[in-house]
Design a protein around this ligand. Structure first.
Ligand SMILES: [Zn+2]
Ligand SMILES: [Zn+2]
Length: 399
């Protein structure tokens, strides 16, 4: 059955959610500096009667709400609070007041949507178990979720499942989308320093070992890893973003050291392992073949975001109960990353996408661009999705 009554009740206070969202938009705070935003969140949660714990993972906030019916199960609902280092180009009244910072990913909307759900559920506690409202910092740095987890998030606030949601420009308002299994990519950095003797490249190249020759072979060999080491049906990206060596004003000097750095994106941890192993093997063997050495480093940044297959129907049902099953679609794999992935490594759950709108001509301002804005028309629906999810998971009364 449709849960229109939930949406209607939240719509009645949508103006308050819009005011909160715009207030946060005007005061963007970046990674681990979400002090004002966290205080606003804590204040609202307390006002509505939730138990509030602040400074979980530096600036994270957790609101705890017990249902009035007996039950041991608990779920976590997660929103992110941080902004980006982007200069906003919008001219509307609620544009950023902080030079060089803006809510260009809609985390202002995510925070307001989860607050809207907290307000509703505080007034409708007829569910069995506990809801943990998780407001995390520093998503854009992919360090906020790990910080909360390291600070004991899931020990101090145990949950059986955890859910996240992100707005999607290009998907119409009123629609949802997700997919089972991987939905967003894992993303890592890697680097190699090749060392030779260096020397006089003009007069005595025969007396030197040349790291630049190794670099040349390596740059091409890197591009064999995906087509020749991964399964043909597997998706991944492997790119070089930085090469450096020698001095511009000394083209006659063979550098003793050259550096290459790049990134890898993948959807399976097996693919990550293969990429990592092959990068190291190629670096070392090619260096050895030319009398040089290689120092290889690999920095895992953020794992792939992987939805638990058994929880996807739960999330889809929660969305379908609001908009109908026809408006709950399946998103294609995206090579974007999301640090909610760290929470999904700990607990089963689903990352849901909610439509942020699309212009009649198909255009839209994407996230991470200076003309983006979260669409206030999606706020009440997003809050209602969270409530509907609690109904699915903890059996909130239909009344
Ligand atoms: Zn973002
Ligand atoms: Zn985001």
């Amino acid at each position: 059955m449709l849960r229109q009554a939930i949406l209607d009740e939240i719509q009645a206070y949508a103006d308050e959610l819009i005011a909160i969202r715009r207030d946060i938009h005007m005061h963007p705070e970046t990674r681990f500096e979400e002090v004002r935003t966290a205080a606003l969140v804590a204040e609202k949660l307390r006002e509505w009667g939730l138990e509030v714990t602040e400074k979980v993972g530096v600036t994270g906030v957790v609101g705890t709400l017990q249902g009035s019916r007996p039950g041991q199960r608990a779920i976590g609902l997660r929103a992110d609070m941080d902004a980006l280092f982007i200069e906003e180009q919008n001219s509307f009244a609620h544009r950023s007041t902080v030079p060089g910072k803006m809510h260009a990913c809609g985390h202002d909307g995510h925070t307001a949507m989860l607050l809207g759900a907290a307000r509703y559920l505080a007034g409708h506690r007829d569910f069995a178990g506990t809801v943990q409202f998780i407001f995390q910092p520093a998503e854009e740095a992919a360090t906020g979720a790990p910080a909360m987890i390291r600070d004991g998030l899931f020990e101090r606030f145990p949950v059986d499942a955890v859910y996240g949601m992100h707005n999607s420009p290009g998907i119409p308002v009123g629609q949802f989308a997700t997919r089972p299994g991987p939905i967003l990519a894992g993303s890592d950095f890697w680097g190699v320093t090749f060392r030779g003797t260096g020397g006089h490249g003009g007069a005595a190249p025969h007396l030197a070992t040349d790291a630049t020759v190794v670099l040349g072979h390596f740059l091409l060999a890197v591009q064999t890893i995906l087509p020749r080491n991964l399964k043909p049906i597997e998706n991944a990206a492997l790119s070089v973003g930085h090469v450096a060596g020698g001095a511009y004003n000394s083209p006659n000097v063979m550098p003793a050291e050259v550096v290459v750095r790049g990134t890898s994106r993948y959807f399976q941890t097996e693919a990550q392992a293969i990429i990592r192993r092959r990068l190291g093997e190629l670096a070392e063997t090619l260096a050895a073949a030319h009398g040089c050495t290689a120092e290889f480093t690999y920095e895992p940044l953020c794992p792939p975001t992987v939805n638990a297959p058994e929880k996807v129907p739960v999330a889809q049902a929660a969305a379908a109960a609001l908009v109908g099953a026809a408006k709950v679609g399946e998103v294609p794999l995206s090579t974007g990353g999301e640090d909610f992935a760290f929470m999904l490594q700990e607990k089963p759950g689903v990352f849901m996408r909610i439509g942020n709108g699309v212009n009649p001509d198909g255009s839209f301002h994407n996230v991470h661009t200076p003309l983006y804005d979260f669409n206030d028309a999606a706020l009440a629906l997003g809050s209602a999705y969270w409530v509907s999810l609690v109904q699915e998971e903890l059996g909130l009364g239909e009344s």
